[in-house]
Design a protein around this ligand. Structure first.
Ligand code: FRU
Length: 495
């Protein structure tokens, strides 16, 4: 039975979505139907379609009591909104239906596993959010919350684990038909950890063990975990809160963390081998992955960040968009990301430039726009000293610009959106180390979709994502070199 709260949300989104005109949204990035969007939830394949749910507050462009928004797609680029899937309407989730995941059950139903949030008064009189794990079952549009919710509470956890930070279950089905889920939590010391749970039937759950522990290294609470095998390794993705910076790898605040290691499936023991950030840009958080029918591991993240989500368009009608779907792989112990190959189907006619010697400021005829796929290879001019700095500027006119600049002598690539129209004192720049860039060679693939850029560096060894809400008439693209550089560029407008 659909609750009053969910009915109201569905009525509201249907009535108000038309206020957002087509050009006020990204084209192939999923954005909030109305109101506010954060984390991807329940990213899954169900009955031949990709489903994406998301943390959603339809009534305003800021965070509020969380619902689950819902959209479906056949190619992960064109999305159709469905009615909101879940609302905070039960005693155990009355203050929020937080992040979670989805799978198809053997009986053909879709199972959602999420965190229910209920504010309670703690013994010291403070109001605290108790977080529990809950289920809902449905047909791809309508969902019924499980009558025995919550299925996991802090009572199921070892002594001392937090009842207030226990969230974001990611569920999967194992080859033997049993189920596993991993969720974020805080241990006795208040340090983040990821907990592994098991179930024979997907409804009755028990704690198995701590799958990975922070031990105070990367931030505090670890949010939104995912866990999967990839190219002979095992990968944990998580989003730590309250991080401290570490060189160019991790930055202050909410960040992303990828742990690569091995997994003893019998003993269910993960051994960490190395770690890295997932995205080195400004806006990326809480990614989830799926395995496509043809065996690709594809990741989508929230292309925003808690520390920077005050970046708003004026007269904003929606807030929050997802990243591009990205195909993942592991090479030499690193996570690589590439835009999903389906993106090529949106490409218009190519504008191609080869061996262009750039010096000072320049533009290239036919290269402009806010929806584009740009392949750009820069190198030093043979027989000449390596250039000092190369920049590519976009979303540009006399007033605005956002840019990437590369300084080979420092091996640093920087995004700068200071002049994107933002009126907030938040982070507008971030730097990433590009090992091996000393000789001036760097390969960039830039994807623009009206209000964002994602840069895939050197075939996806690093990725930097950022949003900007620059007026759409700023659509110039230009280049600047201190010194001389050689450029190969292929530009595709995107439909
Ligand atoms: C991560 C997060 C999750 C939580 C959700 C609430 O961005 O904080 O841990 O489930 O957002 O909206």
């Amino acid at each position: 039975m659909t609750s009053q709260t969910l009915r109201e949300a569905r009525k509201y989104e249907e009535a108000t979505e038309t206020i957002v005109t087509e050009t006020e949204r990204p084209v192939f990035h999923l954005s909030a139907r109305v109101g506010w969007m954060n984390d991807p939830n329940g990213f899954s394949l169900y009955q031949g379609k990709y489903h994406m749910f998301y943390q959603y507050y339809p009534y305003a462009t800021y965070w509020g009591p969380m619902h689950w928004g819902h959209a479906v797609s056949e190619d992960l680029l064109h999305w159709t909104y469905l009615p909101a899937a879940l609302a905070p309407d039960k005693i155990y989730d009355r203050d929020g239906v937080f992040s979670g995941s989805a799978i198809e059950l053997p009986d053909g139903q879709q199972l959602l596993m999420y965190t229910g949030v209920a504010l309670t008064v703690a013994s010291d009189g403070s109001r605290r959010e108790v977080q529990t794990q809950c289920l809902a079952v449905g047909d791809g549009t309508d969902y019924e919350k499980y009558e025995h919710n919550p299925v996991l509470t802090h009572e199921d956890l070892p002594e001392g684990f937090s009842r207030y930070h226990f969230r974001d279950p990611k569920i999967w089905r194992q080859c033997d038909g049993s189920y596993r889920a991993v969720a974020g939590s805080l241990d006795e010391e208040g340090s983040g950890q990821l907990l592994l749970f098991g179930s024979e039937d997907a409804f009755s759950w028990h704690f198995i063990k701590t799958l990975a522990a922070n031990h105070g290294r990367y931030g505090v609470m670890w949010e939104c975990p995912d866990f999967f095998s990839l190219d002979g390794k095992w990968v944990i993705l998580t989003s730590p809160q309250d991080m401290l910076p570490e060189g160019f790898e991790y930055h202050n605040g909410n960040g992303t963390l990828c742990l690569i290691g091995s997994y003893d499936e019998e003993a269910e023991e993960f051994t960490e081998e190395c770690n890295q950030a997932i995205d080195y840009g400004i806006d990326f958080y809480a990614p989830q992955t799926i395995l496509t029918p043809d065996g690709r591991r594809v990741m989508i993240g929230w292309m925003q960040n808690w520390d920077t989500c005050n970046l708003k368009a004026s007269h904003e009608k929606w807030h929050g968009q997802m990243s591009l779907p990205r195909e993942l792989s592991i090479k030499n112990g690193r996570l690589y990301q590439q835009p999903i190959s389906e993106l090529k189907s949106l490409r218009g006619e190519a504008v191609v430039y080869r061996d262009v010697i750039m010096e000072g400021r320049c533009t290239l005829p036919g290269v402009y726009g806010r929806k584009a796929d740009i392949e750009l290879t820069i190198s030093a001019v043979e027989g000449e000293p390596v250039y000092q700095k190369f920049s590519v500027r976009f979303a540009q006119n006399e007033e605005y610009r956002t840019l990437f600049s590369f300084r080979p002598h420092e091996c640093v690539l920087k995004i700068d959106r200071k002049f994107s129209g933002s009126r907030r004192a938040i982070i507008h720049q971030r730097r990433s180390l590009i090992p091996g860039g000393e000789n001036g060679s760097i390969k960039l693939r830039l994807i623009l979709d009206r209000y964002s850029v994602e840069a895939f560096v050197n075939d996806g060894e690093q990725v930097m994502s950022a949003t900007f809400y620059t007026p759409l008439e700023a659509e110039d693209i230009s280049f600047a070199v201190n010194g001389r550089a050689k450029a190969d560029l292929t530009f595709y407008p995107l439909a």
